[in-house]
Every structure is written in C-alpha cells, then in structure tokens.
Design a binder for this molecule. Structure first.
Ligand code: ZN
Length: 146
C-alpha cells in the first residue's frame, strides 16, 4: 500500500538525459552530471555533479595543476525547475600540491564557496531585489526571511 509520507525518489541515469541537462546547466569537462534525484514529496531535484577521474585542478596557492587527493559533496541551491527546488550537489575536490600539501579548492565554475547558492540563483535574487519586497522574494524562493 502506497503511503504518502514516504519520499518518492526517481533516479535518472540516462546518458541522453544527462547530456541535455549538462548543456542546459552549462556543466563542462572535467565536470559531468553523474545522476539526478527527484524527490516528489519535497518537490526537490538534485543534480549530482562529479569530476572525471584523473582530472587535475589548480592549487589555490600557486596555481600549479595538481592531482586530486579526495573529494566530498557540497550542495548549492540553483534556479527552480518548474515548481521544484533545484540543487547542485557537487563533489568538490581537494588537491595535493607538492609545495603546499592538501588544499581545498577556493573556486568552482558556477558557485562561490562562501555561499549555499549558485551564481545564477544569486543573480536572480539580486535582480528581484530591485523590484520586489524581501518578503515577496522569500516567498518566491520558498525560504523564511532569515
Ligand atoms: Zn601549490
């Protein structure tokens, strides 16, 4: 028997779907969309984004290309898809620099490390600030005013 209180998950791991989504979300190599999780109960979509094995990233100290040490997922709110909240769950690598040791990346292509919002989300909200009240913006993005 189906019970409404349980979450409904749908995994999308179709290469055509992920390649279309990669174009729409401007996800470029070495990044790729690994999978998409749709939670109908929470009305949320999560795009899981990883980097290709063997990728190198610039050391934040010296800009030298370095191998990946490890990585962990961080989640950023992105622009909604229809009426679903959309999140980018990015596996953020730490690199191992021969001169500076293990370092976390300080820059990613479409988000700032200091926030939990993608750059497009922030730009959208900043545009709304010019025309809407804070409570109207909070309602639009479905957050409390805090
Ligand atoms: Zn370095």
């Amino acid at each position: 028997m189906w019970k409404r209180k349980y979450y409904v998950f749908l995994w999308i791991e179709n290469s055509i779907t992920t390649s279309v989504l990669s174009e729409l979300f401007e996800i470029n190599k070495p990044w790729y969309i690994d999978s998409v999780l749709v939670n109908h109960s929470l009305k949320e979509i999560d795009l899981y984004i990883k980097y290709e094995k063997g990728s190198v990233f610039a050391c934040p100290e010296c800009e030298k290309d370095c191998k990946i040490h490890d990585g962990s997922f961080r989640r950023w709110r992105h622009l909604d898809i229809i009426d679903y909240k959309c999140y980018l769950d990015v596996k953020v690598p730490r690199i191992k620099c021969p001169d500076h040791g293990v370092k976390s990346l300080t820059k990613l292509p479409c988000m700032r490390m200091e926030t939990h919002f993608s750059l497009k989300f922030e730009l959208n909200v900043m545009h709304d600030v010019l025309e809407m009240s804070m409570s109207a913006i909070a309602k639009k993005i479905r957050r409390t005013r805090q």
